[in-house]
Design a protein around this ligand. Structure first.
Ligand code: OAD
Length: 249
């Protein structure tokens, strides 16, 4: 795979690389992307309608069941070459005394399974659930919940510890992500439709702060027009090749 020599030069010169990933990075692991049409029992639902506090208030059973199925699916999945290449990239950057910040909108924990560290989860995690009364967070790696919604044991029920439409991002993660985007030398947006703010704004912030910007995505997005380098294709193919081209001297 051939890459623009200017891009490789910018990546090699970069002291700080920041990467934002979206559902496209996990698609090749068998995790459906957010905007893929739902199938089977869920075909009649719109994911944008299910991922809201209002939906949970109106129909907690359906929303809990949907997230629990997604939780069980991601627990069965393994990282693909895209995740593994990003983890390798971070380790090589750190070895060279540089920084590499991985920001993800994904709630599947596959970056961490691949070996990435200090991953900034701006949309939370499906593996964690939170008591609606106390806010206490529990990690759920077991089988399907016996009830929907599942009683928390503390007078509330469990809701997924993810960010729903209309909710604020976790403060610390949002701050760390903005800081990384604002101070990096190269910013890469990978496998995201670049539609959901504030995450979709990080590429603009990086660009206006002087970073070289890159997009790797299967389809064009609103970010495609503004980035310095756009590569259309699969993350699981392009990212490993790019890391190889960067590492090879
Ligand atoms: P989307 O489902 O919106 O977009 C996935 C993107 O990945 C699309 O642009 C696809 O073209 C692209 N894609 C699919 N397969 C790919 C592959 N193998 N390689 C590269 N690209 C591929 O997912 P996100 O952008 O992550 O938030 O969605 C952003 C947020 O919207 C989600 O975190 C979720 C949703 O609302 C919340 O729930 C708050």
């Amino acid at each position: 795979m051939a890459f623009d020599p200017d891009l490789i030069a910018a990546l090699r010169a970069a002291k700080h690389i920041a990467v934002l990933t979206g559902a496209g990075v996990s698609a090749e692991s068998g995790v459906p992307t957010f905007r893929d049409a739902l199938t089977g029992l869920w075909a009649k639902h719109d994911p944008l309608q299910l991922a809201t506090p209002e939906a949970f208030a109106r129909d907690p059973e359906t929303v809990s069941r949907w997230y629990d199925e997604r939780r069980l699916n991601v627990l069965k999945r393994i990282p693909n070459p895209g995740h593994l290449a990003l983890a390798r990239w971070q380790h090589l950057m750190v070895e060279r005394g540089r920084t590499f910040t991985l920001i993800t909108q994904n709630v599947d924990r596959l970056h961490q399974s691949a070996g990435s560290t200090e991953v900034i989860e701006v949309h939370g995690s499906l593996i964690e659930w939170r008591c609606t009364r106390t806010g206490r967070i529990v990690e759920c790696r077991g089988p399907a919940f016996a009830q929907h919604p599942m009683p928390s044991g503390h007078g509330g029920v469990l809701r997924p510890n993810v960010v729903w439409f209309g909710e604020a991002l976790p403060e610390e993660a949002a701050y760390a992500a903005q800081h990384a985007a604002g101070f990096c030398d190269v910013f890469l947006s990978i496998g995201t439709s670049a539609l959901v703010y504030p995450a979709a704004g990080y590429v603009h912030l990086a660009k206006s702060s002087g970073a070289v910007t890159v997009e790797i995505n299967r389809d064009p997005t609103p970010a495609t027009e503004i980035v310095d380098h756009s590569m259309l294709g699969l993350a699981g193919e392009i990212v490993p090749a790019l890391v190889e081209a960067w590492a090879h001297r």
